[in-house]
Ligand binder design. Structure first.
Ligand code: IMP
Length: 476
């Protein structure tokens, strides 16, 4: 080997050794996990004179999220959710993948964006925690790089150190084995996710999603809306992506005159990306969600008394009879179990089962409601006594609003392996839906107003009204 090349190899070895030493020192320190991973990523980047990112699988194990990165441009980091099975999929299967020219290789999910960010070569090595694929470390270079065995071995060592950090952090938390791995990852993800909310209401919304066990990622993708030549002149970055629902949510807390502009962007987004599902929540929608849980500006301002009757007692009974007849026909010979979620459902359930002309079993559950703040999650406060495995189950609801409660309940009941699961709701406040849950029987579609009576309450009042009415004006 010529002297010059030998010198280069020696200096490279020295850089790699220094990086491993730094990473090991971080690992043996009392730094929080995120900081250890940042050190590993940064040391790898410096030693390889490249950009580096550590990507972790999200809890659905289908998407990869940049959790710690160094020298990667923001535009590239926010390029969108990486599908685990499309983006360097072999890495997750446990192999290192070296791509010398990203523009010529179909294993890269967004080659055009990589080219725009000036990336020519990528090396991906697996990150395996406790024998399970957890993500990967990627090295991005601006110059063509064939990546030698020495390079691959070095990055693999750094990935192993990162895996040890994640694993030992999990052990430290003292949780059960399987939980430990996912919790350690969840902790890293959480830090990456909560990094920079632009507005407190976004953080609040994230807490609500967490409460209902709905996976979310904050601002993972910027959609180009307009271009001048190659240059993007307008972008739109929705606030949230909910991977489990494949849904984007934009929360707007803006003044009305600025909302018009946002609506225009949203129309454009829908034109350009018709396959994207996106929901816009206006400030008022959001305040109404909060008010439902008893706080926020509308909760304080909510008036008292009934401003109008929506459905009289006679109308309700007529409709409940129709629903009961329909269910009796559909479930003839099935002997279904009707499961209601307390307490709003008690009037409806009592009337529905009494009008049914087939044998039914009746069960109730109760769950906790969102009461603000971090780290609370929905809990079953009263579970079923009946075993519903292999039974035909009908979930009975008083009202479906955002759909988050029902979504949680459906997932919960599905785990009990019923033979079938149908949903019957007396009221459907469809205009406010966030989670698109399938409804089989609907009593009435109600407008976007807070309704009470016939079991439904506001602060525990009004449940015993025989009709359904709209609560007094929201703003005084
Ligand atoms: P979701 O999770 O947003 O669909 O909310 C469902 C729950 O919110 C219901 O079971 C009710 O307890 C409550 N809720 C939603 N809208 C109203 C309403 O207009 N009046 C009373 N309770 C409501």
């Amino acid at each position: 080997m010529p002297l010059g090349s030998r010198r280069l190899v020696v200096s490279k070895q020295r850089d790699y050794y220094r990086a491993v030493r730094r990473a090991a020192a971080a690992l043996n320190s009392d730094m929080p996990l995120k900081q250890i991973l940042d050190t590993i990523v940064r040391s790898t980047a410096n030693a390889m004179k490249a950009a580096v990112s550590l990507l972790l699988l999200d809890s659905t194990r289908s998407k990869l999220i940049h959790s710690s990165s160094w020298r990667l441009p923001q535009s590239y980091l926010h390029k969108g959710v990486l599908e685990a099975d499309k983006s360097l999929a072999a890495v997750l299967a446990g192999q290192a993948v070296a791509i010398a020219d990203v523009s010529q290789d179909n294993r890269v999910q967004h080659p055009e964006l990589a080219a725009k960010a000036g990336i020519v070569s990528i090396l991906g090595v697996p990150l395996i925690v406790g024998g399970m694929p957890a993500g990967n470390i990627r090295v991005y270079t601006k110059e063509r790089n064939e990546f030698s065995n020495q390079d691959i071995n070095f990055v693999t060592t750094m990935a192993n150190l990162a895996a040890i950090a994640i694993h030992s952090d999990a052990l430290r938390q003292g949780e059960a084995d399987e939980q430990e791995k996912s919790q350690a990852k969840a902790a890293v993800l959480q830090q990456a996710r909560t990094a920079a909310f632009a507005h407190p209401s976004e953080e609040e919304f994230a807490h609500i999603l967490d409460f209902y066990h709905i996976e979310w990622v904050y601002e993972p993708r910027a959609f180009p809306l307009r271009w001048e030549g190659d240059r993007v002149t307008e972008m739109f970055t929705p606030d949230f992506y909910l991977p489990g629902l494949d849904l984007y949510v934009e929360l707007t807390t803006l003044k009305q005159n600025l909302v018009t502009e946002k609506n225009r962007k949203l129309r454009r987004l829908r034109e350009l990306y018709p396959e994207i599902k996106i929901n816009l929540l206006y400030k008022k929608d959001f305040d109404r969600i909060l008010a439902k849980y008893g706080y926020g500006p509308l909760a304080q301002a909510r008036g008292r008394g009934i401003s109008k009757v929506l459905y009289s007692s006679t109308e309700i009974h007529q409709r409940v009879r129709e629903l009961a007849e329909q269910i009796s026909t559909d479930y003839a010979d099935c002997h279904p179990v009707m499961v209601g979620v307390l307490r709003g459902v008690f009037c409806f359930m009592a009337d529905l089962v009494r009008q049914a002309t087939i044998p039914v079993d009746v069960e109730f559950m109760a769950i906790s409601y969102y009461s603000g703040g971090e780290s609370s999650t929905v809990k079953i406060t009263k579970d079923m006594n009946l075993n519903i495995a292999n039974r035909h189950v009908i979930m009975v609801e008083d009202i479906v609003d955002t759909g988050m409660t029902l979504n949680y309940m459906i997932n919960h009941l599905k785990n009990r392996e019923p033979a079938s699961l149908g949903v019957c709701t007396l009221l459907d406040k469809r205009v406010r839906r966030i989670v698109d849950v399938p409804l089989d029987y609907i009593g009435f579609e109600v407008p976007d107003e807070f309704v009470v009576g016939y079991g439904l309450d506001y602060n525990e009042e009004y449940r015993n009204l025989p009709f359904i009415g709209v609560l007094g004006p929201e703003e005084t």
